[in-house]
Design a protein. Structure first.
Length: 230
C-alpha cells in the first residue's frame, strides 16, 4: 500500500487507438541540427550529442492549450521528432536501435529561453529552462510499422499560420540510430522512455493567444494554443 493514492501514470495518445503509451522518462537531445546549433552560437561539427531530461508528466496530449509558464518572458517553441521506446536495453548497437522503438510522433520542447540562457551563463543546470510543467506537448504516437521513415521527412512549425521552422529530419547531426545507441551507453533505456531528438533552426518566442501548428511528414501533426499567464 502507498501512504496516499499513487500519482497517475503519465501517458500519451496513440494514433488510431484508444490505448495509451505509458511515459517513463523524457530524454531530449541538445543542438542536433547544424543550423540551430549555429543560431545558438555553437560550432555543430565538434560536439558529441548531449542530453537533458524533462519529467514524465511534462508530456501532454495535443491539441491542447498550455498556460504561459511562470518565471519567463521568453517562451520559445522547438519542434522535434519524438521517438517512443518499448523495449529496454543498454549499450545498444546502432543496427539494433529500431528493435527498441515502438513508435514516433511530433512534439514541442517548450523552452523558457531566458532561464536557459541565465543557466548557461552561470554554469547552472538547464532544468528551470527546460523541465517545467506542461513543457512537452506531443501529438499522438504512430506505431513504427506505419512510419515511413525516421531518417527523412519534412519537419515544420508555424505560429498563427506563419512558418517559423522548416527543415528535414535527414538534417539531424546524430541520427535516431546513432543518438539512441549513444544514450544507451549512459543509461539503461527502459520501456516507456521517449526521446525528443532536437530542433531545427528557426526557434522563437510565442505569447498568449498564439496558436502553434507543426508536424513531421509521414508521422503526425500537432496544435498547441498558448494561454494566459499561469
Ligand atoms: Mn530541443
Amino acid at each position: 500500500m502507498f501512504v496516499f493514492a499513487a500519482p497517475q501514470q503519465a501517458s500519451l495518445a496513440v494514433q488510431g487507438s484508444t490505448d495509451r503509451f505509458p511515459v517513463r522518462r523524457i530524454f531530449c537531445v541538445g543542438r542536433n541540427y547544424e543550423a540551430h546549433a549555429r543560431e545558438m552560437g555553437k560550432d555543430p561539427t565538434r560536439e558529441a550529442p548531449f542530453f537533458f531530461t524533462k519529467p514524465a508528466d511534462a508530456a501532454l496530449d495535443t491539441p491542447c492549450t498550455i498556460a504561459y509558464p511562470k518565471l519567463t518572458n521568453d517562451l520559445h517553441h522547438e519542434i522535434e521528432l519524438v521517438i517512443a521506446i518499448h523495449k529496454g536495453g543498454s549499450d545498444i548497437a546502432e543496427a539494433d536501435v529500431m528493435d527498441h522503438v515502438w513508435g514516433a510522433a511530433v512534439g514541442l520542447d517548450m523552452t523558457r529561453r531566458d532561464l536557459q540562457a541565465e543557466a548557461k551563463k552561470m554554469g547552472r543546470p538547464w532544468d528551470w529552462g527546460k523541465a517545467f510543467d506542461r513543457s512537452a506537448p506531443i501529438g499522438p504516437i504512430k506505431p513504427i510499422a506505419q512510419v515511413p521513415s525516421v531518417e527523412n521527412g519534412r519537419i515544420w512549425l508555424a505560429v498563427n499560420g506563419e512558418t517559423r521552422q522548416d527543415a528535414d529530419i535527414a538534417d539531424l547531426i546524430w541520427s535516431v540510430r546513432e543518438h539512441i545507441a549513444i544514450l544507451s551507453q549512459a543509461v539503461d533505456i527502459a520501456p516507456g522512455d521517449i526521446i525528443m531528438t532536437g530542433t531545427p533552426a528557426g526557434v522563437g518566442a510565442v505569447v498568449p493567444g498564439d496558436v502553434i501548428t507543426g508536424g513531421v511528414d509521414g508521422i503526425g501533426e500537432l496544435q498547441v494554443t498558448i494561454g494566459e499567464r499561469a
